[in-house]
Design a protein around this ligand. Sequence first.
Ligand code: OFO
Length: 169
Amino acid sequence: MINEKLEKAFNDQINKELYSEYLYLSMQAYFERLNLKGFVNWFTVQVQEEHAHAMGMFNYVHERGGRVELETIDKPETNWESPLACFEQVLEHEEYVTSRINALMDVADEVKDRAALSFLDWYLKEQVEEESNVGGVLATLKLIGNDANALLLLDKELATRTFVAPVIG
Ligand code: OFO
């Protein structure tokens, strides 16, 4: 049976993952407006990943005999100054999520739930990958500056990203 404090921390993180899904869906809509279909594809995959992250925890809490209580999901921003500004926010958000996963692990550590710690290891590794992935796109966007042709080349590259359902835990 999962400890009550840890159960609450998991519920908070489920909300954060669902917010991530919502934020990236809003960014997807932004790139639809810009008609940059490769970026749209990148966010389509990102949205699916965030949903999988939320569901991984959703299922885990149940597996541990806990209770999931869904909270309100905050309204995400709907517009950005540029693709660069948008990706700056993605990186900032992923860094925030990493800090929340660390905080969740602190709670698991505090209540000596080693099974939960081992489960959360996957999320920690995933955050390293996400930050590096997003950091790569951001670095390219900085190089691109106002070069529309280079932006279209990046758009082509982002069109190749595909979703692979993660095996969590
Ligand atoms: Fe769930 O990893 Fe991004 O936020």
